[in-house]
Design a protein around this ligand. Structure first.
Ligand code: DAH
Length: 363
């Protein structure tokens, strides 16, 4: 090349450029560019950039010709200089044309690929919610916390001592039969009542004590619309000096008024529980028909809810409390039963099947 005249050199550079750029000329047309897929467009853009380096870079042949300007005869120097400059401008313009169309297209395609359709309906995350039994338990806890009671939680696996003996149910006592539960081979049993927590609470806190203990209990029952081998109870215990049955009646009546409305009436019926003496079961006036009789109260106007009574002296003695100094009352009721009543469920097992179509109704 060096033995060519400077003008001839520029001419052959231009010729080579024209040959090399030919393949890209069509990309000057944005309609052609928009036919490309994004990856091809990016590859072509890179090829155009290489071409630019090759023809316009510092080490390009055209750059080398600039060094020849000084060696051209003085009268031809200006013309040659203009030729080099015009060639460079020409290359630049041609490459820009192609490059611009490609760059614009790539930017647009990238934006389109990354953009999201804000009008598309979103996928709503499915939020969970509390189980109806939990809702009922929390309402109940709120009432008793407001009355100054502590909430106790305790174990579900027990020894005979807590489930029976300390509650004045000695071995061979018939009450063990209707509370038959599930036993482990090493002498433990799933608790059949939350009354066990009376004992734990008094051992732990001593007396005086005011507490409720909601929790799971177990019995060897065959499931039917009103029974399930696992269910929920809440136990209440109040022990202090001078506690009488009036306190029991006042507390239970106030609890039921706060749960079922201010005109709820409570009634107590004499009953028997080994751990209380005297014992009473309590009913409340039907929240649905207000006592006139309906399906929920089986036309009696009353709904049976739980058991209660004055803590038996033997129970106090079992935890080392002197029954001559202290007295107390206790009560227990079924949370799931209360749930079934309140929500008018025909079958208590619905609460334990975990069918979301059912549970969703309680959101
Ligand atoms: N533990 C009894 C049951 O499971 C319910 C009960 C009755 C609890 C009387 C008490 C009570 O605290 O005083 O059926």
């Amino acid at each position: 090349m060096t033995d060519q005249s400077p003008q001839a050199q520029v001419e052959s550079i231009t010729k080579a450029f024209e040959e090399d750029i030919e393949r890209f000329v069509r990309f000057g047309d944005s309609a052609v560019v928009s036919e490309l897929d994004l990856e091809t467009a990016i590859a072509e853009q890179r090829a155009v950039a290489d071409l630019r380096t090759r023809y316009l870079g510092k080490k390009s042949a055209l750059a080398a010709t600039k060094k020849l300007i000084g060696r051209v005869a003085p009268e031809a120097r200006a013309t040659f200089g203009q030729l080099v400059q015009a060639t460079e401008d020409q290359f630049q313009m041609r490459l820009d044309q192609i490059g611009t169309a490609l760059t614009r297209y790539i930017e647009e395609a990238r934006t389109a690929r990354e953009s999201i359709d804000v009008t598309m309906p979103g996928r709503r995350p499915r939020a969970g919610h509390r189980h109806p039994i939990t809702l009922m338990r929390e309402r109940l806890e709120d009432v008793f916390v407001a009355l100054g009671y502590a909430i106790e939680d305790d174990r579900e696996i027990e020894t005979d001592f807590y489930n029976f003996d300390a509650l004045n149910i000695p071995e061979n006592h018939p009450a063990r039969a209707w509370q038959d539960t599930f036993y482990t081979i090493d002498g433990f049993a799933l608790r059949s009542q939350t009354s066990t927590v009376q004992i734990h609470a008094m051992q732990r806190r001593g007396v005086p004590v005011r507490m409720i203990a909601p929790g799971r209990v177990f019995r060897r029952d065959t499931p039917d619309p009103t029974h399930n081998p696992m269910f929920f109870q809440v136990e209440g215990l109040c022990v202090d000096r001078g506690i009488t049955m009036a306190h029991l009646k006042g507390t239970v009546a106030e609890f039921l008024r706060r749960m079922f409305g201010p005109d709820t009436v409570t009634r107590f019926r004499p009953s028997y529980f080994p751990f209380t003496e005297p014992s009473a079961e309590f009913d409340f006036s039907c929240f649905k028909c207000k006592g006139s009789g309906c399906r929920i109260c089986k036309n009696s106007g009353w709904i049976e809810l739980g058991g209660s009574g004055m803590v038996h002296p033997n129970v106090l003695r079992a935890v080392g409390v002197d029954p001559r100094e202290y007295s107390g009352f206790a009560f227990g009721l079924g949370i799931d039963r209360m749930c079934a009543l309140m929500y008018e469920l025909d079958d208590i097992r619905l609460l334990f099947e975990n069918d979301v179509r059912f549970l969703e109704k309680f959101e």
